[in-house]
Structures are given as structure tokens and as C-alpha cells.
Design a protein around this ligand. Sequence first.
Ligand SMILES: [Fe+2]
Length: 348
Amino acid sequence: MSAVLKPANQGERKAFYDKIDVHNVSPLWEVLHGIIIKEPNSAAMPYLWSWARMRPWLLESAGLITAEEAERRVLVLENPGLRGKTRITNSLYAGLQLIMPGEVAPAHRHSQSALRFVVDGRGAYTAVDGERVFMEPGDFIITPSWTFHDHGNPGKEPVIWLDGLDVAIVELFDAQFLERPEAKSQKTTRTQGGSFASFGNTMLPVNYKPSSHTSPLFWYPYDRSRAALAGMSQSGPAHPAHGWKLQYINPATGGYPIPTIATFLQMLPKGFRGREYRSTDATTFCVVEGRGSFRCGGQDFAFAPKDVFVAPSWRQYRLDADEECVIFSFSDRPVQQALDLWREQESA
Ligand SMILES: [Fe+2]
């Protein structure tokens, strides 16, 4: 007698599935081809949020709720393919946060790591672990996992920045913690600019030993980053897809500043016509200077300063520049590389 059994008919299979289903068991073969797929097929879509649209809405929100009541007054940039999931890509969250003159966004700390990229306005500060830094447009600032942080605006103008957080990654591991101290603002215990003096000049304090995977430098001022790009542009040709592109680093390790999020700043020369490119790390871009276009997934988005746009995982995109452009971007590349998942592909 053969050991190979005759396959059951559809009715018998259904009865079997129903029998095991009530005990939380299911047949892999019914879903296998949707789980193990040939290449990424993200539900995320390319999209652009224009500053011209977002700025009036942010200011309108200031009339509806205070920063203190909201805890963080943020308009979330939700990917159109991932609505309701509070994220801009499958793994990362992005939002535009507004703090009005005289407001304080109270202190708290959480497991999620955050980046701030200052978009508009001057005179507000972020305090991280007892050190305040006043933010200028184009500055990149880190809030490391589980460090107390609060924001305040003793200045005269509204200040808006882009937040990027690894919310969905921490949620994947069910590793979220949050703590709110009684005091709204942290006591300043460290000199402003202290971390920059120690770590911001390609040198390290001689006995420094890292205590976490996050950069000890938490403020990367725009003038320094832009000067580096300008210098690069004088010393060598632009990359065909990226122009001149630098990644921000943890000066103590040479790794990424945040364990879960990579950040970059790139410059495109006037008239640049970028080569098509794709990578598995879906990437969120924020324009600092210049106008041009972002083409992705058959769509063409014209961009201008302070606009935010997103390229989904493994979707071809290209960047063209009508003027000299400087663009900040971030993605989950460190996580993918740590797990040997990251791939990129440049068109010939
Ligand atoms: Fe926070």
C-alpha cells in the first residue's frame, strides 16, 4: 500500500481547517505565497506633503489646542497606503510639530528614539538629558531612547520641525515604555553646547566609553553639515543618483547616530537629472533648499523648500534639480543592515 495519501477535496479541507482553527492552528499552504514573496511589495505609496499646505494647517491647529494640552502638537504625515497606522513608512513615523512663542511641550521619556529636523522658525529649544540646545532651520537633533526631553519656545516666532520616530519598530517588539516626571521642564544640568564641544569636532574625550548605541552628540548644526557638502561638491563629481550625499554618524563609533534610524543630507547641483535608484529602506525626504522634482512609481511631484516626500521600499525613484538643492532624509537602514536585509539597486 502506498504511503502517499489521496488529497482531500475542498469540502474535506474546509472541515479540517475549521476543526483546527478553534484551537488557533492554521494551514501554512493557504497563505505561503503571500508571505514569502519574490521581492518587496509595500502597501506604502509615494507622496509629497507641501509646506504651502501644511504651514497654514499647523498654525490653525494652534488655535484649537495648546502644546501642553496636546503634549506634542503634531500633524502626522500618514502614508496614503497606510492610513490609520500613524506612520509614513511601514517602520517609521513622521510628523510636523509646532511650538508657539511662550509654549512648553512638557518633559517625558520613552523607549522610542526620535529625530528632529528643524524646518521653520528660530528661538525654540529642545532639552535632552539636562542640556538645552536652541534650534535653527536645518539642524538635526536626536532624542535618544529613554532620555528625558522637553521643548520650549521663549522666542517670538512659531517654530516647526519634522519628527521621525521608530514607533512601529518598538511596537513590533512590544518594548514600549513611557514616563512623565512631575516637572514640566527639565532642570538644566549641563552647559549648552557641551555635547557639541566634546563630540562635534571629529575628536573624543580621551577616556570616553559609549554607554549606548546612540550618538553622544545630539545636535548636528546645519551650517556645519552644509559646509561639508559644499566642500565635497568642490572636490569631486556628483554621484549619478544621489548628487553629493553624506550620512550623519555617531562620532564615537562611526555608526549611525540612532540605532534604528539612518539620516542623510545631500546636495544636488542645478540642472541635476538623477539616475533611477531603489533600496529596501523606504526613505522620507525633507527639502531644505531649492526646487526640483521627485519621480516615483509613475508619479511626478514638484518639490520646494520645506516640503516632505516619501519613497517606499524597493520603488524606483529619481531626483531632478531645477536649482541647487539640499535635502535631508531618513530611513530604517541601520535595522535592515543589522539583520542582513538591506539591498540597493541603481539603474544602468
Ligand atoms: Fe517624546
